[in-house]
Ligand binder design. Structure first.
Ligand code: NAD
Length: 255
């Protein structure tokens, strides 16, 4: 029995990487999917996500151009889900990373990361929750990071944004739980996407082997590892799970 029959998901940043894997797993489990992204093309290459879903599964899928820093774009993405019956699962996945040196970060770079990683999550959740309270509730999943569990002098701004996602998640869970809406966070470790091959180039570099020593699984995670966690949190299997951080890091952070 598919786990997400009759569900309608809006997934931000689903053109590429983790969001694309989540979209594919959701569609395979029977959900219809709105892909909301700045661009249709995957950063890593390949066919647009919504086209892959339609070709591989029976799910309905559509693409909506959406910049998560724009509240009206997020509202449009939620509105687009009406075509499939209305949003029941919101995945606030869009996020950016850039390596930084604390003393050199300028105001523009700071604002951009805060706007995408924090404001985008807040208003994505708000737009979805407004619709979910009119329906049968739903599930909101926010992409945090192991960088939202503990600080790092190497990525000060990124850790700040992901720490904010963690406490926004817990706080929204408290506010929305009585309305039948669960809000949880996924905290991935090192996952192989363009974020970790290009933006924070570790995979495929000389530094990779040393980094893997810190991961008990001795491998980088794949976007499907994150997608499996998202399926669980979206589904009825997690019906009593609210305000939780699900860490998907091959054992890196607790060991
Ligand atoms: P990615 O760069 O592969 O994909 C990100 C997607 O988000 C792209 O399709 C991009 O176009 C889209 N996007 C960027 N800015 C946007 C905006 N303003 N509006 C709408 N869409 C936008 O990255 P990824 O690795 O798949 O990351 C997805 C999420 O997972 C992020 O929140 C990231 O912080 C988190 N994460 C990733 C890792 C990792 O190791 N890859 C680890 C922890 C957390």
């Amino acid at each position: 029995e598919p786990l997400l029959t009759d569900h309608v998901a809006v997934i931000t940043g689903a053109a590429s990487g983790n969001g694309r894997a989540i979209a594919r797993r959701f569609a395979a489990e029977g959900a219809d999917v709105v892909v909301a992204d700045l661009q249709k093309e995957p950063r890593e290459g390949g066919e647009p996500t919504h086209e892959v879903l339609e070709a591989e599964t029976d799910a309905r899928a559509t693409f909506v151009e959406c910049d998560v820093t724009s509240v009206s774009d997020l509202e449009n993405a939620v509105e687009a889900a009406e075509e499939f019956g209305g949003v029941t699962v919101m995945v606030n996945n869009a996020g950016i990373f850039h390596g930084e040196e604390f003393l050199e970060v300028d105001e523009e770079a700071f604002d951009r990361m805060m706007d995408i990683n924090v404001k985008g999550v807040y208003f994505g959740a708000q737009a979805a929750a407004k619709r979910m309270v009119e329906g049968d509730g739903g599930s909101i999943i926010n992409l945090a990071s192991v960088a939202g569990l503990e600080g790092s002098g190497e990525f000060v701004t990124y850790c700040g944004t992901k720490g904010a996602v963690r406490l926004l998640t817990y706080s929204m869970a408290g506010r929305l739980g009585p309305d039948g809406i669960r809000v949880n966070a996924i905290h991935p470790g090192l996952i192989e996407t363009t974020m970790t091959t290009d933006d924070y180039a570790i995979i495929g570099t000389d530094a990779e082997a040393g980094f893997l020593e810190s991961i008990p699984a001795r491998r980088a995670g794949q976007p499907d590892d994150v997608a499996d966690a998202a399926v669980y949190l979206a589904s009825d299997l997690a019906d009593y799970v609210n305000g939780e951080s699900l860490v998907v890091d091959g054992g890196m952070s607790n060991t």
